[in-house]
Ligand binder design. Sequence first.
Ligand code: ATR
Length: 480
Amino acid sequence: MICLTLSGNTLSSCLDEIRQNREYIDLAELRLDLLEPEEQKKAASFPSMTDVPLILTLRRKEDGGRCELSERDRRQLLLSALDGDFAYVDIEEDVKKNDVEMKAREKGVKIIRSFHDFSGIPDDIYSRIYRLSERGDIAKAAVTPHTIQDLLTLFRISEELKDVEKIIIGMGDWGIPIRILYKKAGSILTFACSGNAVAPGQVSAKDLKLLYRADQVNERTGIYGIIGNPVLHTSSPLIHNIGFHAINYNAIYLPFLVDNVRIFFALAEYLKMRGFSVTIPFKDAVLMYLGNITREVKQIGACNTVVRMPGMWKGMNTDYYGFLQPILKDIDSGRVKSALVIGAGGASQAIVWALRNRGVKVTILNRTIGRAEKLAKINLCEYDTLDNAHKYEGKVDLVVQTTSVGLYPDFDISPVDFSFTGKEIAYDIIYKPKMTKFLKEAEKAGCTLHFGEEMLLEQGKLQFELFTGYHYPKEAVRSL
Ligand code: ATR
């Protein structure tokens, strides 16, 4: 079930939130502590205003809520709200007096027994969840993972406590996979927001329902994802999930923030993942865990696509092809014979190799000359420092920008001082923003432009083929 956490401070704004999200949700949580005091008193009337089953919650400040009432007054407020027909009531683990509990049981309202930890994951999390469930209640643990190991610990709860009715929530960025793959964690529901997250790391109800189809995940769902750090900004979940949907393929693709690649592979095994994309800074780090790599990966020394093979993981590189695809015609027609590549980092490796492999004469320009030299030697090309960029003005057919300079939010800078003549093709691999300062300058001179989003989409389409065995659907491209 997808549960919308209502964030309004009046009952009517909560109703609006339900209306806006109705098609995405199965139930909603009324957070009494977020309501104005006058509205709190009317809460008992709320269930009759909507057809959505409701959870009643009055969250204390120390548990991440806004309620600062005395415990006695808090229980009193809950008791009066329970006059309404709520489906569930949330009662914290340490609440001793059982008047709210008694009233809930009398009325047949299901009890969610919860605890919150905003600093980490308690060592005794398994036994605590078990204890909370002992009286037939739903156990809820909202905890804060800080590492990929923590995330693995949370996913394992489903195996350790198979028969316990529970809700496991990983708060913050590290917990996002467990919010999306809540069914794999054995949770009966996941909490979603309508736009503004009420709790750290919450995903919108619309994305959970339409993009991830989180409530459709079952035993046969193929799990895919992207690992990186940072990773939450990437558009890859959009590309792949929309593609899966368009061909009716039972699979889900989600972002994993990672700090340790070795432990991520353990998580990938645990979740029986079928494949994943790799982004910065792990394109080299994954290599040692792969049983098989393609010729491109060997040459480039970087892998952005990992797929499961019988008994091993195989690494491939689709950045190479993704970069080349938009300019392939120009290379094949002879329009592009020479190129200037700005930058000599990880991204540059695949690009230089791709261009050299197609017979393009390449000069690498980099701030640190040693890195340019090293890359140039491997790929048999020229190199120079960025300061000498002016020497190449009017002499190259293609200029490629491969550094992260100009990336959102620092979009008003370019790594290179270069006067375009207008004859060049300018290509920036940054995709946020689409129009970088580098490209703006090229556009002013009348150059043909290529954008990072073209490369992103092309590498993603090829990756989709490697993941699923199907071509990326044309109709999905249109809805991106
Ligand atoms: P990536 O894997 O994204 O390519 P990287 O390996 O850290 O990341 O490489 C970053 C590239 O951006 C390098 O070419 C780097 O130049 P140095 O080798 O001199 O570090 C370049 N770069 C980063 N910041 C830069 C800046 N402010 N000006 C010019 N080049 C910069």
